[in-house]
Design a binder for this molecule. Structure first.
Ligand SMILES: [Zn+2]
Length: 226
């Protein structure tokens, strides 16, 4: 039986469309005044779950949201599925894939792809949406900042460590991690922008009334448990 997931509004303009497969990666819709962006392209099993693209299409049609961008927090297989990317392209043929350059090798068969290196700012109508490349959990890590919320991908918070530290082909070096954390610690000051909520891409960490800059400084500490 196909399970249908219920949409949850995690914050004003930030909807969790569903969590997919056993790893529970979220697929999100960010929107403002009828303009939207899809975040995450998780794989799914069509035998027991509807496609994230079908879900997104139905929600956007019902709410009259025009999807302008398709985004992804990092290139791990639980976040980027080429099948889901293709489905999203069919559902939203005018939307642009806006991805960090490290996704390039995954996007050859897609059209309307814009790659960025360090940072990218776009607008959903009048509301800014910031994409900041900040490798810590993986080399393509991108923080997505919208309406006072940071969606931090799979970043391990409150510790310098990452679950991939023991995998040489995946691990991000300590120097690069520290530089990324420092970059995010400067964000509020440099962009004159207040972040007060932090969500993980898997929707398993939801923090409100957060001091984001302090959280980033705390994340520099090498703690064993997280
Ligand atoms: Zn993940």
């Amino acid at each position: 039986m196909i399970k249908r997931t219920r949409v949850q509004e995690w914050s004003n303009g930030i909807l969790l469309l569903g969590r997919f497969e056993w790893f529970g990666t979220g697929c999100w819709l960010l929107h403002h005044n009828g303009i939207g962006a899809i975040l995450e392209l998780p794989p799914y099993n069509p035998n027991h779950q509807e496609s994230p693209a079908t879900k997104a299409y139905n929600v956007c049609r019902k709410r009259a949201i025009h999807v302008k961008y398709i985004l992804c927090t990092h290139a791990h297989t639980d976040h980027f599925s080429i099948t889901t990317a293709r489905d999203m392209h069919i559902a939203f043929p005018h939307a642009q894939f806006l991805l960090q350059r490290g996704f390039e090798h995954l996007t050859h068969e897609l059209t309307n792809v814009q790659l960025f290196d360090h940072e990218c700012t776009v607008y959903l109508e009048t509301e800014p949406l910031y994409l900041i490349h900040a490798p810590k959990h993986s080399w393509t890590d991108t923080h997505v900042i919208f309406k006072g919320t940071a969606i931090t991908g799979d970043w391990e918070l409150n510790t310098l460590r990452s679950v991939h530290d023991n995998k040489p082909q995946h691990a991000v070096s300590t120097e690069v991690k520290l530089a990324s954390i420092e970059k995010m610690a400067r964000f509020e000051h440099e962009y004159r922008y207040h972040i007060h909520k932090v969500f993980s891409a898997h929707a398993n960490d939801r923090r409100e009334q957060v001091n984001f800059t302090a959280l980033m400084h705390d994340t520099k500490i090498d703690r064993a448990s997280f």
